[in-house]
Design a protein around this ligand. Structure first.
Ligand SMILES: Nc1nc2c(ncn2[C@@H]2O[C@H](COP(=O)(O)OP(=O)(O)OP(=O)(O)O)[C@@H](O)[C@H]2O)c(=O)[nH]1
Ligand SMILES: [Mg+2]
Length: 329
């Protein structure tokens, strides 16, 4: 039997969430993920959310060991008696099928711990790599009482840094240098990293990774107040995970001393922007099905119009529909 969130008063909902009610938290996250749902119960969540949890993003290429590392980090933070949340973003491309299961399996050690909340979210449909609902999930876990929340970034081949906007501390995870990692360094991801975890350090090629990162940092034109840390880890054995947790804590102290960087405010703005763009794109896709728009497409195909003029006409037409008056074409 499912719980119906609508049968709970706002006060009851928040009280149960604060009391560590996992089914309620899960229900709320499912609601936040589904654009077709009535999101009224989330009003209270956004009002109650204080932003006390430290949000740590682990981003890096597919299979580099992000989930295994998070599994170890959960262990390290549970030893300090922290309540831990994990949000694993699953890229729903056919190629990565099974990643969701993979993330869960790697974190299985903690699945039954009442003070660990693990949630996977599909990235399909969101603008960029951050699915709708991640922002809300962070707030729900925050009220749930998580002291630290790990966000596992999309493990697709090329790296997407958009999860970085949702977190306080960015850990870029790289492996023994392979094509993807070197590309990532050249691609300027270095600008977002607060910490580098060079994982699979049991492979001697990981030393190359350390050198490439040092080199990239030396020639980076970005002035960073926090000198990024490089930590070598072996997620499978746990080696270096203590150092990684210390580096995360050091970065937390650094941002706390500076009033939190204003990142919570920036995160809320990013979240709203992403949500508006996602929603507009979805509406636009619907509006493009209009037969008059389809006619413009045909005009382009028949070489009667350029895509430039056609685009302008389509946008004007959609604007006309929006403002309630049909301007015609
Ligand atoms: N040798 C070695 N293998 C590792 C290490 N860390 C992880 N692995 C293995 O690498 C594989 C991928 O690990 P995951 O933790 O699933 O990697 P991931 O980055 O979460 O992968 P996706 O979520 O699919 O992108 C697994 O088989 C792990 O056992 C390590 O430090 N050394
Ligand atoms: Mg994973």
């Amino acid at each position: 039997m499912g719980i119906n969130l609508k049968n709970l008063s706002d006060g009851e909902l928040i009280r149960r969430l604060r009391g560590g009610d996992k089914p309620i938290a899960s229900k709320l996250i499912s609601l936040a993920e589904d654009p077709t749902e009535d999101h009224t119960p989330l009003e209270e969540v956004y009002k109650e959310y204080r932003g006390d949890a430290h949000i740590v993003g682990l981003i890096g290429p597919f299979g580099v060991g992000k989930s295994t590392l998070i599994n170890r980090l959960i262990g390290a933070y549970r030893k300090k008696n922290y309540k831990v949340g994990v949000i694993a973003i699953d890229p729903t491309s056919p190629l990565s099928h099974g990643a969701l299961l993979g993330d869960r399996v790697r974190m299985q050690d903690h699945a039954n711990d009442k003070d660990v909340f693990i949630r996977s979210m599909a990235s399909r449909g969101g603008y960029g790599a951050v699915p709708q609902g991640v922002g809300a999930a962070i707030k729900i876990m925050d009220i749930f009482g998580c002291d630290i929340i790990f966000l596992e970034g999309v493990g697709a081949g090329q790296l997407d840094i958009s999860p970085a906007r949702y977190v306080h501390t960015v850990v870029v995870v790289v492996g023994p240098m392979m094509g993807d990692d070197i590309q990532m360094m050249k691609g300027g991801v270095t600008e977002y990293a607060d910490i580098y975890a060079v994982n699979k350090a049991d492979d001697p090629k990981s030393e190359t990774a350390v050198q490439v990162i040092k080199e990239a940092l030396r020639y980076s034109s970005v002035e960073k107040e926090f000198q990024p840390k490089i930590v070598k880890t072996v997620a499978t054995s746990g080696d270096g995970v203590g150092e990684l947790a210390s580096a995360i804590e050091e970065h937390k102290r650094f941002i706390d001393e500076r009033g939190g960087y204003g990142r919570r405010e920036e995160q809320l703005r990013s979240e709203l922007r992403d949500m508006i763009v996602t929603d507009l794109v979805a509406r636009m896709q619907e509006e493009l099905k209009d037969e008059r728009i389809q006619q413009i497409f045909e005009d382009v195909v028949d070489r009667e119009m350029s895509t430039y003029l056609a685009c302008k006409k389509c946008i004007d037409f959609i604007g006309g529909i929006r403002s309630g008056k049909s301007r015609g074409i």
